[in-house]
Design a protein around this ligand. Structure first.
Ligand code: NAI
Length: 521
């Protein structure tokens, strides 16, 4: 697989682009192609949909003019390049036709078979399907080698990611040409093979699944859970508020499709909590209620913060763990007396062992080390940027001991929240499972490591690629956390990818430094 650093030799802008389906995606895609200078023909089987599409595209172009991205004179020129065609035959002069109709295999197969009778032998055909196999759509075609997935994200005019999906029969040169075309349109294309969920909808599953499992185990309140992933983890939105935004009907349907397509692999198991929301028609923002309430005047979700408490006199950092340098620097900046000694990765606060979570519960660590006062702190992509730290204490730990850990992080300028002592806490289990899913996709040749990371950053706004994070945290540490989680939940959900285990043995990187620099731009 090639990564997304394509040359820009895509289709020339004189190539007429056909779009089938004048819905939300088709309109956005048509606008993107118009903006790249192509003549565009848009077809919908419903005349009223064509009229609405014309209006929607007008509005998109008007917004670009209002924002100053285009000159007012461009508006009429754009209109002149857009051709609305009421029949499929009207697409006969297109060099690339992108289908964005209803998500139904049989209907898509019928449309592509009919399309092949209309367009030239050289025309390339693409589907914007978000979940249907490109291999299956191509099965009914005379020339399936010219069919490729071109999966834009909603809104297509804004989100940069385009997954270029190859079915079994897709000609690699066609996939490359379409990736170059998407790049020339200002998009960030990534290549992937046609497997359930492609890249984003598959690799993102644990972001939702781990949150719902933690909620089911009553680790903390809903507001605290979102805050943990957002303010401690560094994600733009918490998983519950994000599912509320996406809509639980949509999110649940995608999870079920991925779960069933992978023959009920426990990694993707849907949640009863989400099933209940769908059953109740609490679909999220669009219905006024999901995990959170969106009624007028509804209070913001509560985040339980620990009360302010005194900082300990001294912190002794021992050994090494991910983020230790940042924490030592923060302690120094906040005038806390710090020592750094050799030993196992731990922060010693008098009689308290403050440890980074490793997938074991604090209670188990306390029991096995015969040290009652064990407190765990959750992972963060960047402890300096984090405004919140998540803690959990062992059942054996005293409240005074917990307060020392709370005071330590408060002294570093952080808010602190205390959750129940679940394995892997909230951020760590999510990051490890995202990295594992990304590793498995690479292991199975679905996409390159660089393309998986790019997809997650450009498609769903992750603060860092899951594999770049695995490099930062150490693949051997990810494996160790997953092994601990697999011990706690022995149903196969947390089994680690064979390639992740192999990388862990030699501690080799997924993403090299020049790719990382590109990721961070
Ligand atoms: P939509 O329901 O807004 O629009 C679909 C349009 O296709 C309608 O105007 C309908 O009249 C037309 N249509 C249906 N059957 C047709 C046929 N046989 N011939 C011609 N036109 C036909 O749907 P939306 O949301 O734009 O989705 C379209 C495709 O894009 C689906 O495959 C969907 O999975 C995919 N997609 C959707 C995303 C989203 O967030 N809505 C994101 C990425 C992909």
């Amino acid at each position: 697989m090639k990564n997304n650093s394509t040359s820009l030799s895509g289709l020339p802008s004189s190539t007429r682009i056909g779009v089938i389906g004048g819905g939300i995606m088709g309109n956005g895609i048509a606008a993107v192609a118009l903006r790249a200078g192509h003549p565009v023909s848009l077809h919908d089987s419903r005349t009223e949909a064509l009229d609405k599409a014309a209006e929607a595209i007008e509005n998109i172009v008007a917004r670009w003019v209002k924002r100053g991205d285009l000159q007012p004179a461009d508006h009429a020129e754009y209109r002149a390049r857009l051709n609305l065609v009421p029949t499929l035959e009207g697409l006969n002069d297109c060099g690339l036709v992108i289908e964005a109709i209803i998500e139904d295999l049989k209907i898509k197969q019928t449309v592509f078979s009919a399309l092949e009778q209309v367009v030239s032998r050289e025309a390339i055909l693409a589907s914007n399907t978000s979940s249907i196999s490109i291999t299956a759509i191509g099965a009914g075609m005379q020339h399936p080698e010219r069919l490729v997935g071109m999966h834009f994200f909603n809104p297509a005019t804004v989100l940069p990611l385009v997954e270029i999906v190859s079915g079994e029969a897709t000609d690699p040169q066609i996939a490359e040409l379409i990736a170059n075309t998407a790049a020339a349109w200002g998009k960030s294309p990534v290549h992937c093979r046609s497997t359930p969920g492609f890249i984003v909808n598959r690799v993102a599953r644990p972001f939702y699944g781990e949150a719902m499992l933690a909620l089911q185990e009553r680790a903390c309140s809903k507001g605290t859970l979102d805050a943990a992933l957002r303010d401690a983890g560094g994600f733009r939105m918490g998983p519950l508020e994000l599912m509320d935004l996406i809509g639980h009907d949509t999110n649940f349907a995608v999870t079920r499709t991925v779960y069933n397509s992978f023959f009920q692999d426990p990694r993707y198991k849907p949640s009863l909590l989400q099933q209940a929301l769908v059953d109740a028609n609490w679909l999220g923002r669009k219905s006024g209620r999901g995990f959170h309430s969106y009624a007028d005047g509804a209070p913001a979700p509560t985040v339980e913060l620990a009360a302010t408490t005194d900082a300990p006199q001294q912190a002794v950092f021992m050994g090494k763990f991910a983020g230790i340098e940042e924490l030592i620097a923060l302690a120094n900046e906040h005038d806390l007396s710090v020592e750094h000694l050799a030993g196992q990765g731990v922060i010693v606060l008098g009689d308290v062992q403050l440890l980074p979570s490793n997938g074991l519960t604090a209670t188990r660590i306390a029991a096995e080390s015969a040290t009652p006062n064990v407190v765990l702190f959750d992972a963060s992509i960047d402890y300096r940027k984090a405004t919140l730290i998540v803690l959990a204490k062992a059942d054996q730990c005293s409240d005074q001991a917990l307060n020392k850990a709370v005071g330590f992080f408060q002294k570093l300028g952080k808010n602190v929240t205390i959750i129940d002592d679940i394995p892997g806490l909230l951020v760590l289990r999510t990051l490890c499972m995202l990295a594992n899913e990304a590793a498995e996709a690479v292991c199975h040749g679905i996409a390159s490591a660089a393309d998986v990371d790019t997809a997650m950053i450009k498609g769903v706004n992750y603060p860092m690629g899951p594999l770049a994070w695995a490099d930062q945290f150490g693949s051997q540490n990810v494996v160790s956390v997953l092994d601990h989680l697999a011990e706690a939940y022995p149903d196969g959900r947390y089994r680690s990818s064979a390639l992740l285990r192999r990388k862990a043995l030699t501690d080799s990187r997924w993403i090299n430094s020049s790719q990382l620099a590109e990721e961070q731009q």
